[in-house]
Write a protein that binds this ligand. Structure first.
Ligand code: HXC
Length: 257
């Protein structure tokens, strides 16, 4: 489809999604939210895509929610629209989404990166939750997700002082999975996405779902959930193909969609 705020390229089972509001450092307004939610819905139904990468520009992944869109809103408008609730639907994507972050990932930008399944950062990446400086706090999940990524002490420091974290600190605290040179970022993220897209789509989706349950469930409930889906995987052709290919020392050809 055609989008006002996104550029989408599809190749080798991977959808590369670029946020495209360069004049405002990819500030996330409600059009971006609506378009991203629509796009991940389309991708979930597209058998040719196995994994997505979402990225911004060299300067900014996204410098936050669009402040000019929010500035004058009243409480009743924010509450009435359930402002930001639409973003929750982005996290309902069944296929994996990798965030490839260069430059600023601030406020809603950091929160969007954390809504993805994992983050690959360029050495130039800067993460922060600076909302406190605007007289508000994180509103797209940052207070909850950042705390689960980096723990209470670092999350409090970030949310209360509004300071930025560089890529090295983001790696060291577990916010990001990998840090790479800026000119390698897109290739590294695409390569990871191509690897994922080469696996069985239903098994990948179930794996994503199961890891995500660890945020929502107790350990014993989560392990039971994992075991039930692990058993269910034996109903797929791809499990038979994957294990048979190993035994026959050949490359697996996954087909289930
Ligand atoms: C709207 C934004 C924006 C934003 C930048 N711009 N961030 N517009 N919303 N979040 C616009 C600027 O107004 C400017 O427009 C243009 O993008 C370029 O930005 P500059 O500030 O000129 O660039 P620079 O000097 O390089 O500084 C980069 C920056 C700074 C450090 C990232 O832009 C900045 O501090 N941005 C705000 C970061 C922030 O507070 N994010 C959290 C937002 S609230 P013009 O027209 O002047 O060229 C949020 C949380 C939601 O996300 C939860 C509840 C609020």
């Amino acid at each position: 489809g055609d989008f006002e705020t996104l550029i989408v390229e599809k190749a080798d089972g991977v959808a590369l999604i670029r946020l495209n509001r360069p004049d405002v450092l990819n500030a996330l307004n409600s059009t971006v939210a609506r378009e991203l939610v629509e796009l991940v819905g389309l991708i979930d139904r597209d058998p040719e895509v196995g994994c997505s990468v979402i990225t911004g520009s060299e300067k900014a992944f996204a410098a936050g929610a669009d402040i000019s869109e929010m500035e004058t809103k009243s409480y009743m408008e924010m509450y009435g629209e359930d402002f930001f609730a639409v973003w929750e639907r982005f996290t309902h994507a069944r296929k994996p989404v990798i965030a490839a972050v260069a430059g600023y990932a601030l406020g809603g930008g950091c929160e969007l990166a954390m809504m993805c399944d994992f983050i690959i950062a360029a050495e130039t990446a800067k993460f922060g939750q600076p909302e406190i400086k605007l007289g508000v706090m994180p509103g797209m999940g940052g207070s909850q997700r950042l705390t689960r990524f980096v723990g209470k002490s670092v999350a409090m420091d970030m949310c209360l002082t509004g300071r930025m974290m560089d890529a090295a600190e983001a790696k060291q605290t577990g916010l990001v999975a990998r840090v790479v040179a800026a000119d390698q970022l897109i290739e590294e993220a695409k390569q990871a996405a191509r690897t994922i897209a080469g696996f069985s789509q239903p098994i990948v989706a179930m794996t994503k779902e199961t890891v995500n349950r660890s945020y929502e469930m107790t350990l014993s409930e989560g392990i039971r959930f994992e075991r039930r889906l692990f058993h269910a995987m034996f109903a797929t052709e791809d499990q038979k193909e994957g294990m048979n290919a190993f035994v026959e020392k050949r490359k697996a050809q996954f087909k289930d969609r």
